[in-house]
Ligand binder design. Sequence first.
Ligand code: CDP
Ligand code: MG
Length: 753
Amino acid sequence: IKKGEKEEYYEVDEREKQPNSEQKKWEAEQLASAMYKFGAKDSSKNDEYELLLEDQIEFIQALTIEGTVKEKKPEISETDRKKMDIEETKKSLPVFPFRDDLIAAIREHQVSISRTYANNSEIHHCPKILIIQGETGSGKTTQIPQYLHEAGFTDGGKKIGCTQPRRVAAMSVAARVAQEMGVKLGNEVGYSIRFEDCTSERTVIKYMTDGTLHREFLSEPDLESYSVMIIDEAHERTLHTDILFGLVKDIARFRPELKLLISSATLDAQKFSEFFDDAPVFNIPGRRFPVNIYYTKAPEADYIDACVVSILQIHATQPLGDILVFLTGQDEIETCQEMLQDRVKRLGSKLKELLILPVYANLPSDMQAKIFEPTPPNSRKVVLATNIAETSVTIDNIIYVIDPGFAKQNNFSSRTGMESLMVVPISKASANQRAGRAGRTAPGKCFRLYTAWAYKQELEENTVPEILRINLGNAVLMLKALGINDLLHFDFLDPPPHETLVLALEQLYALGALNHHGELTKLGRRMAEFPVDPMLGKMLLASEKYKCSEEVVTIAAMLSVNSSIFYRPKDKIIHADTARKNFNHMHGDHLSLLQVYNQWAETDFSTQWCYENFIQYRSMKRARDVREQLVGLMQRVEIDMVSSLPETIPIRKAITSGYFYHIARLSKGGNYKTIKHNQNVMIHPNSSLFEELPRCVLYHELVFTTKEYMRQVIEIESKWLLEVAPHYYKPKELEDSTNKKMPKTVGRATKTE
Ligand code: CDP
Ligand code: MG
């Protein structure tokens, strides 16, 4: 066990030295020649490029940070690597030399238990938890389960489980491991994520999201069918992972034969070790090459544009090697992809081939697989990714990283009870992880689209764990369903703020999931059956009372397909927007989504229909899958599928039964204010109610961009609130102070977002 072994990693932070003048000179030369290529020859056709390249000169003002480790030659060259078969690739991973030590360490723990008991030392010591720490890409996720399988840990029909914070990671890693083992995905190796179970009776290595394991506790509280459970990517500190820490720590005490591994990419290992009663840390020394970091001289006004410029610049001036760009979500990725394609097309044959590949959570799996395919000779791959690529997913041969410094984050204010999704600056720890992605197979470069000053002065040291900043309603419901009643004393790695816990309890009480003793009600138990947010769960259950389960299930499925349903290609914006307007429902977006789905269903789920109506077929297909799963769950809680159409009031009432927290009323000047907290919010310009300004609306979520926008909005009547949530709303609160209808044109948000 390599506890405390000296860090041998290259650290990108703080160790700034003088810019390397040789390098600067070389870059300047490269740039000059690129300017000649674009600017001098083509300036008549492509003025834009001259302009852009001028910007680039600023950008390339290099601030070089040199590593603490001398540059190591890659042990295996790029080309050789490609030729290697899977077996050899496996052997080349940093974890490979530690295979036997690792297995021994995992086995050994049984011995340490008995020793512990013999010495009569601490009873609570749980020595079979092992913390594994190793650089991203060292093979922890793909290799360790295979080693354990080979070493006999799956004998006797037991499984090895491995959790992942992200769906894409669970799916892609399972696919990779199935391939390495030469089996069909879903047989010996499978994955299970929300609304999708790709495992069978034969499955012995099972990847799953942390949320899925959390749910499995409901049906199998002691994880009986597993011999090993790996809580992977522990450093991501998602809410589910944090709660799993407490749950598995507890299990370890009464299932001594279960092996628990906590695996982390970063130096949080010590903290995990302390939490798990000083569990030993197994360190897999990383192989990392130096990464030079470049900052922009001034802040970038438009970072997507800056990304496109930087990609082209790298492509035109730098030696071959793939590029990884970090964006915040699907929308940004699509915008960037379009802009890039457009500009590459205009440059024509002057550039080598540039393959543009997106990765984000809702990307279909066949597209995901593409990012792992080797880049063809004499071309370059650029991967446009969300945070997924920060640690969960490793793409080989990345030499250049472009980091605009932002990520999408869910934040919750216990003061206002409002949750909203916003783009926020990343932490230094995140920035360094991102940079590190460039130095896995050879020395690399990271272009940060922010200033060195911003890095030093503005970024937080670490990302705040989810448990400290999001709504805990879902987590509390799950814990209650597991019979854990005393939440204040639950063993949290970082206990959530008291007010957040209390608020979650209040919310569940208002939804009717808890009684006034804080115990789960029958309704709460039924809600816990659904792998969805408590509010959505309540909405589904309320459809029974309002006799509109068919519609509500469809709406729930459409809402849970996060990616956009509507397709809006740049060159056909007008057509796309007209097509979209055809689906607009006068009472709001949930009903528009319902119309989309129902019309699609009438065409027998036609691809052609989607194409003609600018609807994303893939999103619809996913909605259909989710819908099927939900219908199954409705049967489990014995709710019949019935339709209320053409009546929509029952549907809107059922939605209100779940989302009565999310209500806003029209106030002066066409603005909205939330009822309980008087927060200013606006209807999102994409909403069908954007120009309607109904007096009282319900929203599905808040998105903060330039303003706090309500996304997915329906019109409701405020008196319904007394019907669906009498314990939450008092008649006095709902008295309408603005009795006159607002003039429609006053103070609307402009459609510029
Ligand atoms: O978990 P850790 O970050 O330590 O590494 P890993 O995810 O097990 O990745 C080990 C190797 O498998 C890397 O070289 C990845 O590029 C490769 N891999 C792959 O080729 N395809 C996948 N779907 C996942 C990983
Ligand atoms: Mg991993």
